[in-house]
Design a protein around this ligand. Structure first.
Ligand code: KG4
Ligand code: ZN
Length: 340
């Protein structure tokens, strides 16, 4: 079964063709990162406009590269939540038009479910149930993936997402936007012990996380250094930030897996590209005798292959949308009901 996937929730326009949820035939993506970098963050109006300009051309290219014709497509899957509403609407409307004109079903896909599904492409043997840590620019969730479309949130951040913490810290360090990958790179030559940063715990909920204290600590540290005229050891601060984020994420996920009896653990989302987090997870999973899954770097960030992959399983579960499909800026990952 061939699914055309469409993704436009933030600053990447992407269209993919994926067979049976696992095999990528084409993966077209146009990133707007350079355009938004000038402003130090994503400008929603500009994002929407760029999506409009890019989406149709990417779809044509994806179909061509997949070596198929339009009529070979069996269904159109699209990210409809969560994300920037104007940006989402571009993909949703394009997908509606494509599904309508082809006379094929339209399948709505939750963006974070898509991130999880990137693991199905990377690891063809991976099947639910498993535990997944979803860490992106806007979300940090520990999710029990009980079935392909049956998700339960075990823990989540109470304030900032892990990616947000990386991006805000990167700004303080004078790095570009989004700065997660640059902090990761800089950290490799630093000494994480040089700076002491907090690891927040939430009283009474051991699987929830908080990153705003860490973000504030980094801002204060940089501010104080500036006032005293001291030079920041940027690589060491980057290493300390990476260590603090990883120390918040990895033990919680491992504890949740133990508690739920899950022996398979996956990580997903843009921040899952972080080398420190990946290394800490590898070590922890080995110690625990758990199986660890993570997507290749290319599939960690936003892409349409993951949307087509999850779209396949949503399709099998009977999920369909009509021409009245709307986009939603927020929506729980566990939501499985009718789309209004
Ligand atoms: O999943 P994603 O591409 O978009 C959202 O759905 O939000 O995640 C983007 C986030 C950004 O915050 C970016 O800084 C972060 O992923 N990121 C990283 C790395 N690569 C991307 N954070 C830490 N280390 C990395 N190597
Ligand atoms: Zn994402």
């Amino acid at each position: 079964m061939l699914i055309l996937g469409v993704e436009s929730s933030c600053d990447e326009t992407a269209v993919s063709v994926v067979r049976d949820g696992r095999e990528v035939l084409a993966d077209e993506i146009l990133s707007q990162v350079d355009i938004h970098a000038v402003y130090g963050g994503v400008v929603p109006e500009i994002a929407s406009r760029c999506h409009i300009e890019a989406v149709a051309g990417l779809a044509t290219a994806a179909i061509q590269k997949a070596g198929i014709t339009k009529s070979d497509i069996d269904a159109v899957a699209v990210t409809y939540a969560p994300g920037l509403i104007g940006a989402l609407l571009v993909g949703v409307n394009f997908a509606k038009a494509a599904a309508f004109s082809l006379g094929k079903p339209l399948v709505p896909v939750h963006h974070l479910r898509g991130h999880i599904a990137a693991n199905y492409i990377a690891s063809p043997e991976l099947e639910p149930p498993f535990l997944c840590l979803v860490i992106s620019g806007g979300h940090s969730l520990i999710v029990d993936v009980r079935g392909y479309t049956d998700m339960r949130i075990i823990g989540s951040t109470r304030d900032d997402a892990a990616g947000e913490c990386f991006d805000k810290s990167a700004r303080v360090l004078g790095l570009g936007y989004p700065g997660g990958a640059q902090i990761d790179e800089l950290a490799k030559s630093g000494d994480e012990k040089k700076y002491s940063l907090p690891r927040a715990k939430i009283e009474g909920s051991e699987f929830d996380m908080s990153f705003s204290g860490l973000k504030t600590a980094v801002i204060n540290l940089a501010h104080n250094a500036k006032q005293k005229g001291e030079e920041l050891d940027r690589p060491s601060l980057a290493a300390a930030i990476s260590a603090a984020v990883s120390d918040t994420l990895v033990p919680r996920t491992m504890l949740a897996a133990r508690r739920l009896g899950r022996k398979k653990i996956a990580i997903a989302g843009g921040v899952a590209a972080n080398s420190r987090i990946r290394a800490d997870f590898k070590r922890a999973a080995e110690k625990e005798g758990a199986e660890l899954y993570f997507p290749p770097l290319k599939l960690c960030g936003d892409n349409a292959s993951m949307i087509a992959a999850q779209g396949y399983y949503e399709y099998l579960a009977g999920r369909r949308a009509g021409m009245e499909l709307n986009a939603y800026a927020t929506l729980p990952i566990s939501e499985n009901g009718e789309v209004k």
